[in-house]
Ligand binder design. Structure first.
Ligand SMILES: C[S@@+](CC[C@H](N)C(=O)[O-])C[C@H]1O[C@@H](n2cnc3c(N)ncnc32)[C@H](O)[C@@H]1O
Length: 233
């Protein structure tokens, strides 16, 4: 995994990068500093990026973006409201609209990101949905309504907050039949022998309803999406 502070690749499971950045437990007193630092690094890199998918944090080609982001719609078989937590410049939402249309399923897109600058880009990209794209930190944000689909990554909060984060997404964000879509994205430089996020999620006591994978053109699995359902803990 890449350190957001110094960009060095660390072995999976590393608790702290040599530069001092913590991948692991962040005490409450350091949490605001942790969020501020990660936000600044991501925002600066994404805004300067040359392609829409790089402005959403994915390097490589458009084909690879598609291969490794399509699993985010695999469980979307009924119409509904879809919230992308960590929506960056809104490109995933734009693609999700196109991909679900191809499937014959209508979604209404919503986005949340803690970067106001990225939210502005997302609002410009999705001008019909300006009021659906919010600025806020996923750990604290209070949703104004419930969603049929909520997608996010656990990397957005430190390890010691992840179980409670998942719990809150299920109980406070989802409709009664809603699906939580947890994406685990990897790069070729990550340890690809390591287990995926569903191991943690199961250890925490959640029932995994389904998993979907995305593969690079070389056949490597670089995306795993885990589906949890409301009311199925
Ligand atoms: C890798 S991009 C994801 C882009 C797209 N949704 C996707 O799945 O490819 C991660 C985004 O999450 C945002 N983010 C990270 N932590 C967050 C948090 N705690 N609350 C809200 N947004 C967060 C970052 O600002 C960044 O724009």
């Amino acid at each position: 995994m890449k350190c957001p502070r110094c960009l060095k690749h660390n072995q999976e499971g590393t608790r702290r990068c040599a530069c001092g950045f913590s991948f692991d437990e962040v005490p409450p007193a350091d949490l605001q500093g942790w969020f501020a630092e990660v936000k600044h690094i991501l925002e600066t890199a994404y805004i300067a990026a040359p392609t829409p998918w790089q402005q959403s944090g994915k390097s490589g080609t458009f084909e690879e973006w598609t291969r490794l982001r399509l699993p985010n719609v695999a469980a979307v078989n009924e119409p509904g409201r879809y919230l992308d937590i960590g929506c960056a410049n809104g490109y995933l939402l734009e693609c999700l609209l196109a991909w679900t249309k191809l499937k014959g399923v209508e979604i209404v897109p919503y986005g949340l990101d803690y970067s106001a600058r990225l939210v502005k880009l997302a609002q410009a990209r999705l001008p019909h949905y300006v009021d659906h794209i919010y600025v806020g930190n996923a750990l604290y944000w209070q949703p104004p309504l419930r969603f049929d689909y909520v997608r996010t990554e656990l990397a957005y909060v430190p390890h010691n907050y992840r179980r409670a984060f998942v719990e809150r997404l299920i109980t406070e964000f989802l409709t009664a039949e809603g699906k939580l879509i947890l994406s685990d994205y990897r790069s070729r430089r990550d340890d690809l022998t390591r287990g995926w996020l569903e191991d943690d999620v199961r250890d925490w006591g959640f029932a995994v309803e389904a998993t979907y994978s995305g593969y690079g053109e070389d056949g490597l699995e670089l995306c795993r999406v885990v589906i949890l359902r409301a009311g199925q803990e």
